[in-house]
Design a protein around this ligand. Structure first.
Ligand SMILES: Cc1cc2nc3c(=O)[nH]c(=O)nc-3n(C[C@H](O)[C@H](O)[C@H](O)COP(=O)(O)O)c2cc1C
Length: 377
């Protein structure tokens, strides 16, 4: 449908503002879950003119998505589906209720430029005041992977599935809880149980969070352990059958370790997504941890782009060399339409972003406009 001149003007005014957060980082996760997202519109028109893109057995309107994180529940999924993001990931859930870490959960950082693959031992200082340019937004976050009880999130995933539009897909991210199941067999089974619950609720694709830097070491480092990660992906695949399975990886410093992990998981998965946030030490200027008592937290946004690009480059190369058939989904430091182009041109199948749409809900639309409003295939 064509917009009226009034709607066009309103949209122009909205697009002129570069940063307009929908997630309030001064408030708790719980507050944002209940009262967010903070978006007042207007909505961009949905153009269905472009050719749809094949994404496994699905047709999607574009290869632009939102990674696990900012979409806390079905209200957030509904909003971002209307904003033109076509691959939507429901924030990671667990098989039992878990509260969030206390606020602050996100703070802005001044990293002094990009963080290179050799910089991960650096200590970062939090305290940047305000975000005015998307290319300058880097944050650290620490939620601890909170979850509602399954009966609540399962019903809400059903709602999210009903809320998305034609040519969109819903990914549900799940995770096992090693504090509840410290033994490997129990932990592995917990992933399968949670994945099965997400499948029952109508997820199009299940994603395993094997790489959260804010959970305990056992949960967060799973992705670097070829034996454990592949035991989990194999068990989940056996449980969910034909429902596609993605795994979410973090950054690798070692190419050899990366190759071993990918080889072990490739037979069991339909997609590999990376990278998760970078686990780094983040302090306030006073020397205290930036996020209440947690000196290490996940860093994401603009500054992690180089690390994400290294991961994606390796993923594309190893897929080609070994003729793996999984989809490659790139995430990390994608803040602008130019970044989306750069990532898609590297040969990945889809690009996702997490930090950027929290400050720029119009990113997918800006991308379409930068391509003459065509579909973003
Ligand atoms: C607010 C927030 C919450 C996140 N929560 C999750 C999560 O629950 N599960 C997960 O796999 N990744 C989570 N992430 C990581 C993102 O999916 C993504 O991998 C990372 O932020 C890098 O992308 P970006 O630079 O576009 O933010 C979260 C990121 C943010 C910003």
């Amino acid at each position: 449908m064509k917009e009226s001149p009034k709607q066009t003007k309103a949209l122009e005014r909205a697009l002129a503002r570069p940063c307009q957060p929908t997630y309030d980082i001064t408030k708790s996760y719980e507050w944002n879950y209940r009262f967010g997202p903070g978006f007042k519109g207007p909505f961009p028109p949905r153009t269905e003119t472009g050719r749809p893109v094949r994404f496994l057995d699905f047709e999607v309107a574009s290869r632009i998505g939102i990674a696990a994180g900012p979409l806390l529940n079905s209200k957030w999924i509904r909003l971002y589906s209307r904003l033109g993001f076509d691959i939507l990931t429901y924030k990671t859930v667990r098989s039992a209720k878990r509260p969030s870490n206390p606020k602050p959960n996100c703070v802005l950082l001044d990293t002094g430029g990009l963080i290179g693959p050799d910089d991960l031992d650096r200590t970062l200082i939090a305290g940047k005041k305000d975000a005015v340019d998307m290319r300058d937004i880097t944050i650290t976050n620490s939620f601890g992977v909170p979850s509602r009880n399954p009966n609540i999130w399962q019903e809400d995933v059903q709602k999210a599935k009903r809320a998305i539009l034609p040519r969109q897909v819903l990914i549900v991210s799940v995770m096992g809880s090693s504090e509840v199941y410290p033994d490997i067999a129990g932990f592995t089974k917990d992933f399968a149980v949670c994945a099965s619950m997400a499948r029952e609720s109508g997820a199009d694709i299940i994603e395993l969070d094997l790489s959260c830097p804010n959970s305990n070491a056992a949960e967060g480092m799973v992705y670097r352990d070829a034996g454990l990660s592949s035991a989990i992906s194999k068990a989940v695949k056996a449980e969910i059958g034909v429902t596609p399975l993605f795994i979410k990886m973090g950054f690798f410093s070692s190419r050899e370790q990366f190759e071993t992990v990918i080889a072990a998981n490739a037979p069991h998965v339909e997609g590999i997504v990376g990278i998760n946030t970078l686990r780094m030490t983040v302090l306030k200027a006073s020397g205290e941890p930036a996020l209440g008592g947690r000196p290490q937290s996940g860093v994401c946004g603009a500054a992690i782009k180089l690390c994400a690009k290294q991961f994606i480059g390796w993923l594309i190369e190893t897929r080609k060399l070994n003729r793996y058939d999984f989809l490659a989904v790139g995430v990390g430091g994608v803040m602008t339409p130019a970044d989306i182009d750069e990532f898609l041109e590297s040969g990945i199948d889809a690009v996702e972003t997490a930090t950027a749409p929290m400050w720029d809900p119009y990113l997918a639309y800006r991308y379409r406009l930068s391509h003459g409003n065509a579909g973003a295939g």
